[in-house]
Design a protein around this ligand. Structure first.
Ligand code: NAD
Length: 310
């Protein structure tokens, strides 16, 4: 199977590296010049769990250089880069190329459907985490698991084969009929931490140390749960709320700043429109008021604007 990772950032580098190490045929593309050039020159430097595993020569190019055809395309950009990335690589899709999307947030299936038949889309959610330590450096910790499901399922045999190949590389992936519930449960957690920690400028543990954290959490979760249920997904408040308070201790995620907070600090645009912003948009569709998600989305956007984020 030929795999393309469209985006060689934190997640794309980590998953692609695991497949590559297991002997799979993997290619990466990215638009970040320093990153691509550094990997071409020195290979990808891989640090996992603080252990330097060395530098690995891996095939990476710019989207405009990409040719050939791929059996599986892993989309691994940030949410707001998905559409322009798909536009730039649509020439490498075969009629049966499967596209796997485990980006955080909501709304990706609609974007993917503009380029890919729903039979070929695997939508999902991952609990793996990863990071970059600068251009050309993968710096990641821990392990995780991933759930995926084909958006339309008249024949899912190839998807099951792909999941099997990914598992042989240690990706710990399951084909799951509950994937939309899992997506919404992660969205709920991200809608709370990513927005509040960025606005308040605190880490997850500091947020949890405030005696009123549950009131703040509930203001967002009530909206997420109502909108998710209106979308036909069995979104469970107790599960999300439990997942949130479970990770306050410093030995879990307490010292961690959510990715949106890091993007804001690093002058980048954020995924807010695919988190709280997406809940607001779906709320309007179902006539469900979402004043808290509306407000935090605007607050994040004004911070991006005043910070000159790009
Ligand atoms: P990232 O910013 O590290 O990586 C994205 C990469 O895509 C960058 O290297 C960027 O240069 C590249 N890119 C941008 N536009 C492109 C284009 N047109 N063509 C090719 N490449 C392009 O982001 P990430 O942390 O890897 O996150 C990717 C997605 O996965 C996000 O939705 C994120 O929320 C989600 N996610 C990340 C983690 C994590 O721990 N990093 C965990 C779970 C989910």
């Amino acid at each position: 199977m030929r795999f393309l990772f469209a985006g060689a950032g934190a997640l794309g580098a980590r998953f692609g590296f695991m497949l590559h190490q297991n002997g799979e045929d993997v290619t990466w593309i990215d638009t970040w010049k320093e990153h691509v050039e550094k990997i071409r020159q020195d290979g990808l430097k891989v640090i996992i769990d603080d252990k330097d595993l060395g530098n690995f020569p891996i095939p990476i190019s710019y989207p405009e250089e990409l040719s050939g055809e791929f059996d599986v395309v892993f989309v691994a950009t940030k949410s707001m880069q998905l559409k322009s990335m798909l536009e730039s690589i649509k020439h490498v899709f075969k009629p049966d190329t499967k596209v796997i999307c485990i980006l955080n947030g909501l709304g990706h299936v609609d974007t993917l459907k503009e380029y890919v038949d729903p039979e070929n889309i695997l939508i999902g959610v991952t609990l793996w985490t990863s990071g970059l330590g600068g251009p050309g450096v993968l710096n990641a910790h821990g392990t995780g698991k991933t759930e995926v499901k084909q958006v339309e399922e008249s024949d899912k045999s190839r998807s099951l084969e792909i999941v099997d190949v990914l598992n042989k590389s240690g990706l710990n992936m399951v084909y799951s009929d509950n994937v939309y519930q899992s997506i919404w449960h992660k969205v709920g957690l991200n809608c709370v931490f990513n927005s509040y920690c960025t606005i308040i400028d605190c880490n997850i543990g500091e947020y949890g140390s405030y005696e009123g954290h549950q009131r703040l959490t509930d203001m967002i979760l009530n909206e997420v749960v109502a909108v998710g249920r209106a979308e036909g997904v069995d979104v469970k408040y107790d599960v999300i709320s439990g997942n949130i308070s479970r990770i306050f201790p410093p030995e879990l995620a307490g010292l961690h700043y959510p990715s949106l907070t890091q993007d804001m600090k690093n002058g980048r645009l954020t995924e807010i429109d695919y988190l709280n912003g997406a809940v607001s948009k779906l709320g309007r569709k179902h006539n469900i008021p979402t004043p808290v998600c509306d407000l935090v989305t605007e607050l994040i956007h004004i911070k991006e604007f005043l910070g000159g984020n790009k």
